[in-house]
Design a protein around this ligand. Structure first.
Ligand code: UDP
Ligand code: MG
Length: 132
């Protein structure tokens, strides 16, 4: 069955002009782009989006990073979209992310790691509704 997920291209990747390459890789991997938009998150929006990480040591710097420039949100569809996009994205730390993954190819650090992807059906639904 087709599944939906939410992907973000983060400010580090956009400032390095990687958005075209990342969208190309997403399409190449068989995802359909159902909706896409570029926007600049407010502090309140970034805090709400990453609410699950509130209280962790990286929460405030993460919010600062995610509001430091524009992002691109993509509503993606594919069989097994959630896990397959997580695989395409690679591990959080680009040093550990497998060769060929988006984070291995385009990310800088564990924080400035180029892309986001939903981690469960519940979160995918919430995150798609957050942007679209
Ligand atoms: N992050 C960070 N420091 C950490 C762990 C995570 O700055 O030690 C940031 C990073 O941008 C990551 C986001 O917080 O993508 C959300 O963390 P999560 O553990 O959910 O990783 P993801 O699901 O994005 O791989
Ligand atoms: Mg996560």
């Amino acid at each position: 069955m087709k599944e939906q997920t939410l992907a973000l291209i983060k400010p580090d990747a956009i400032s390095k002009r990687f958005q075209g390459l990342i969208i190309h890789d997403i399409l190449d991997a068989g995802f359909e782009i159902k909706a896409m938009k570029m926007l600049h998150l407010s502090q309140d929006q970034a805090k709400a989006f990453y609410e699950v990480h509130k209280g962790k040591d990286f929460y405030e710097p993460l919010v600062a990073f995610m509001t430091s420039g524009s992002i691109i949100a993509l509503h993606l569809e594919k069989e097994n979209a959630i896990m397959d996009y997580r695989t395409l994205m690679g591990k959080t730390d680009p040093e550990v992310a497998a060769s060929g993954t988006l984070r291995h190819k385009y990310a800088e650090t564990t924080r400035r790691n180029a892309v986001h992807g939903s981690d469960s059906p519940e979160n995918a639904k919430k995150e798609i509704a957050f942007f679209f």
